[in-house]
Design a protein around this ligand. Structure first.
Ligand SMILES: [Zn+2]
Length: 140
């Protein structure tokens, strides 16, 4: 009787601690992602501005070919940025839904070290490696 009550107390304590740890970590990743998103949005705005300015100034003075290549570089950077923004938003949604840090392929937890290196990771390293191997083989 006494032993079982001690055991259940211990379990509750453990659960509490696990929840608190998770909250701290989630808050950490939420901060990281939010800051990253803010930076990206800022530079995405700058790129649009620069692109528009470049269009006005360069159309007359610089030959078309180099203008086009600068433009396409800017567009490529913006593509990459908007893809990142999408992924960051997705990760922030995952945090809200309590699904953050869970591999979307196998449903296991993604290692915290991996998330710290890449907060937008949605696959564990095992599934990611499998996917990359698959992409290499199929050229997808
Ligand atoms: Zn996985």
């Amino acid at each position: 009787m006494q032993l079982s009550s001690v055991t259940s107390d211990f379990k509750i304590m453990q659960t509490d601690r696990a929840c608190k740890m998770e909250e701290t970590e989630l808050a950490y990743f939420r901060d990281q992602l939010t800051l990253w998103l803010r930076d990206l949005k800022h530079s995405a705005g700058m790129t649009v501005d620069e692109l528009l300015k470049a269009e006005v100034f360069m159309a007359d003075y610089v030959d078309r070919a180099s203008f086009e290549s600068d433009r396409s570089t800017a567009l490529r950077i913006r593509d990459r940025e908007s893809m990142l923004i999408k992924k960051i938003r997705q990760s922030l949604e995952d945090i809200e839904n309590g699904e953050y840090g869970i591999c979307e392929d196998c449903g296991r937890e993604i290692a915290i070290e991996r998330l710290k290196a890449r907060p937008i990771a949605r696959r564990c390293i095992k599934c990611k490696t499998k996917q990359e191997t698959f992409e290499r083989i199929t050229g997808a």
